[in-house]
Design a protein around this ligand. Structure first.
Ligand code: TZP
Ligand code: MG
Length: 211
């Protein structure tokens, strides 16, 4: 069954180190006020107890707003705070193990970087995939080279899973990604690093909807 998990135009992520000194709580509050519908908690450098406490607050905020809350990497954290889902990478636990741990009701997202990984994600039970990095990005430390628009084209044409395009996407180049068939996109630094996050999201959406 393909769960309709990415029925939205913008998938937001936290990235506190790029948030101009604002906390994840402040940033997520702004995302919620801008009517974002899905938010991933991504905090690679924080200790688990800190993440747990922060996620408890974020879970409460997102639940009140009716917004999906996804945790990057930590299956135990996702379960502890009753997140809606977990986002894993190619080097994390195998997806089948994650499914056994979280059960059928939680969303599992998997980052993919090649046609083979996308096909595997589909065959092995991912609920959605990340497709990227589309363009060059410095936001992710262990990031692979940009996969470019060709991989996006492959997914649009061949993969029957919801997907989010990610990596180096900005207000100025998002049109290219949209035009190639991405319905849901992520812009990490473009959004968390904006002086006015609410206006940034509004501007992005106005442009998307003009098309
Ligand atoms: N996964 C693939 S690229 C990336 C992640 C988390 C970082 C994207 O950040 P930005 O700032 O939108 O390039
Ligand atoms: Mg990971």
């Amino acid at each position: 069954m393909v769960k309709n998990v990415l029925d939205t135009d913008l998938y937001c992520l936290t990235a506190e180190e790029y948030s101009l000194g604002r906390s994840n709580i402040e940033v997520v509050d702004k995302m919620l006020r801008a009517d974002i519908e899905i938010i991933q908690y991504r905090a690679k450098k924080k200790k688990m107890l800190y993440k747990y406490k922060e996620c408890l607050k974020l879970r409460k905020m997102t639940k009140q707003a009716g917004v999906k809350f996804i945790i990057n990497d930590d299956v135990d954290l996702a379960l502890a705070v009753d997140a809606d889902g977990i986002h894993i990478g190619q080097e994390d636990l195998p997806i089948e193990e994650v499914r056994n741990l979280v059960g059928q009701d939680k969303i599992i997202g998997l980052s993919t970087h090649s046609p083979q990984q996308a096909r595997e994600a589909q065959n092995r039970g991912a609920d959605y995939i990340g497709v990227g990095p589309i363009f060059k990005t410095n936001t992710k430390e262990d990031v692979c080279n940009p996969v470019g628009l060709e991989y996006l084209d492959y997914v649009v044409e061949n993969i029957d899973l919801p997907f989010v395009a990610i990596g180096g996407i900005k207000e100025h180049n998002m049109d290219i990604v949209k035009a190639r068939g991405a319905k849901c996109i992520s812009m990490v630094t473009e959004i968390v690093g904006a002086e006015n996050i609410i206006n940034k999201i509004k501007n992005i959406r106005e442009k998307i909807n003009q098309k």
